[in-house]
Design a protein around this ligand. Structure first.
Ligand SMILES: *Cc1c(COP(=O)(O)O)cnc(C)c1O
Length: 387
């Protein structure tokens, strides 16, 4: 269907941080399939795992146990907030699961405890529940009526958050770092207040780490930068390194589902879980996340220098780890800019109206960052001529 304004290129193969089009052009991939290919393209460990598991067992439904699902659940739980895990196939599906968890959690306390809060400018996915949680009118307006019982607050505004809080709130959904909205970080004080308000009002704190989780910020999960733990953690995108899988981790207070409440046919199939287990293990290898942090710092310095070089074209540079946004001046469209970069051999992901996202694979090296920044520089020079 006509859902994407696609770039004019047909991709054929990939290796590491590079992809090749069928007409033989090579591209440096700093979009990673939108923060999905955490280990780059066709990482040998993932290829090995998928081949091995493909010859063993692909799917058998959640009526039965499989070893890869148990192993992945344990890895996720032990390395995040503890508690239990529900597996799905995408970010949106994980959000739907969390919405149902929060609603049931509220219902168990009181009939009118059903409200869910989320932030303006957030992005939580395209299904009706996730779309309702997404605080952006442009995504919602054509699909009304939305779900009942959702309200929105301004990110990092304690005042706006407090105004929406009451005993009726059963859950708050938040990206610690907004991705699709243009790379905006929550601040620590705000998150601490949010945690406190959730505790005072008996609401679940749900962090959507679909984009900022899985090592993207230099820690395994973004919340680990802020010293604030959620009750429910949502992971997808990078989790499968390119194979579709998502997960919801819930601490014991939030673990309220019973048999019959929820389910998924494909969720947690052994093929997806085996691949995601290998991704997790790579990220947990000694020094891996430290390298992400170091590369992130190098990228940050390079982008700050670009901003100094092009003050009339770059409005602001924001980010953390290997998740960066360049907000262009408002007369420059992010889409056109990304198109121009693609012509010059660099893949980027537009976000919002005039921000472009850099989401390189976590295995990126200094030389790739230098190459990307050089392409950005050339493109920025030309963009000026047209304006
Ligand atoms: C991409 C994204 C989603 C939706 O994930 P899908 O797999 O596309 O359904 C949800 N939340 C955040 C923060 C995302 O970046």
């Amino acid at each position: 269907m006509n859902t994407y304004d696609r770039f004019d290129v047909l991709f054929d193969s990939g290796k590491g941080v590079y992809v090749w089009s069928r007409d033989g052009r090579v591209f440096l991939d700093f979009s990673s399939g939108i923060a999905v290919n955490a280990l780059g393209h066709c990482h040998p460990a993932l290829v090995r795992t998928i081949k091995r598991q493909a010859e063993k067992l692909w799917h058998c439904s959640n009526l039965y146990w499989t070893q890869p699902q148990i192993e992945l659940a344990e890895l996720l739980s032990k390395n995040s907030i503890g508690g239990r895990v529900f597996f799905v196939n995408s970010g949106a599906e994980a959000i739907e699961t969390a919405i149902k968890l929060a609603r049931k959690y509220g219902r168990l306390k009181s009939e009118d405890k059903y409200k869910i809060l989320s932030a303006f400018n957030s992005f939580h996915g395209r299904t009706m529940g996730a779309l309702t949680a997404t605080g952006q009118i442009k995504y919602q307006e054509k699909f009304k009526p939305l779900l009942e019982g959702f309200e929105y607050f301004e990110l990092n505004s304690v005042e706006s958050l407090k105004a929406k809080f009451s005993k009726q709130v059963c859950g708050v959904i938040l990206e610690p770092v907004q991705g699709e909205g243009g790379i905006f970080l929550a601040n620590k004080e705000f998150l601490k207040t949010l945690r406190k308000l959730c505790d005072e009002h008996g609401a679940l704190l749900i962090f959507d780490e679909v984009q900022c989780g899985m090592g993207r910020t230099g820690k395994l999960f973004a919340y680990q930068h802020f010293d604030v733990e959620p009750d429910v953690l949502i992971v997808a995108k990078g989790l499968g390194g390119g194979f579709p899988i998502g997960a919801v981790v819930a601490k014991s207070r939030a673990d309220v589902f019973e048999p019959g409440d929820h389910g998924s046919t494909f969720g947690g199939n052994p093929l997806a879980c085996a691949v995601a287990t290998t991704v997790m293990k790579q990220l947990l290898n000694d020094g891996f996340l430290m390298r992400v942090t170091r590369m992130g710092q190098f990228l940050e310095r390079s982008l700050m220098n670009l901003q100094k070089e092009f003050p009339s074209k770059i409005e602001q540079v924001r980010g953390i780890g290997l998740m960066w946004g360049i907000q262009l001046k408002k007369e420059i469209s992010a889409n056109n800019f990304a198109r121009a970069c693609l012509e010059n051999g660099l893949l980027l992901a537009p976000a919002g109206k005039n921000t472009i996202r850099l989401l390189p694979p976590l295995i990126v090296q200094k030389k790739h960052i230098k190459q990307a920044v050089e392409i950005l520089r050339q493109t920025l020079q030309k963009v000026g001529e047209k304006v």
